[in-house]
Design a protein around this ligand. Sequence first.
Ligand SMILES: [Cu+2]
Length: 324
Amino acid sequence: MPTRREWLFGVGGVAAATAIGAAVSALRVRRSDDLALPMDDAAMLHGPYGHSVEPPASLGPAALDDLTIPPPPAPGPIARSITITQQPVEVSAGRTMDAWTFDGRIPGPILRVREGETLTLSVRNLTPHPHNLHTHGAHAPTADGWEPIPPAETRVYDIAPRPAGLYPYHCDLLPSTQHLGRGLYGALIVDPRDARPEAEERVLILGGFDLDGDGRSDLYSWNGIAGYFARHPLKVPTNTLVRLHVLNLVPDEPVATFHLHAQTFDVFRSGTRRVPDAHSDVVPLTLGERAMLEMRFDAPGRYMFHPHQPRLAERGAMGWIVAV
Ligand SMILES: [Cu+2]
């Protein structure tokens, strides 16, 4: 008997994703290897909905599951060791970035802890550059993580993050287009002691990559791979509460939005309150801002999502949610 997750992401899911991927491929009029940076907006118009930005062919439909599906809420203290690395990461088909990462991936691991419990982070910097790991939210100022961690050194932070909500963690050194734009960010979910309603949860972190070093992002991604969710839709069951944890870590845009087609959602800004702040189909997020979005998909089908900023959508931040 397959588990729900196996059902969503197993053989059936692969077949569904392949069929959807074929449909999406039919829309493409430019191959990613036709595109050279910088991509001018006129050139991008040839790709309907930005689908000309493709993920690396080596990444299958489950490749980002661990960065997209959060671990379940857990009682008790949490201890994590995180390593900061410098390594090449293929952020879209044919485009490899000299990345800085938490634990080798962009974004870093999804952290999750219950309000009032201690989260112990042991952060080791294996790069030749200073970095740090700063968490948002309320905690002891001595464990805020703003101090640079020199190369080859380790720092340990004990925090009891509060209040319950959704927070980014990231390297806080400047310039942000380097330290955020090369991959040093992730999500921290702080659960209330009285649990939120059970839901299918997904994490989506919007990031921007400055590939040519001009201080301006060239590609945009949800969970680190430009074009990924356009090729491999995020799958959720119908008639089930879905909770999206959406964070904006694009370093060089004053605001980005999350826009969902064909369905509306409750907005819990920063996830810190239990009653919705709004009900909409688009939510604006300033840099570092985030929201929990709750919705149900009654009708099976494909629901498009993207930032409502064309530049971001056309350069890798298009995606689909498939309700099955
Ligand atoms: Cu850094």
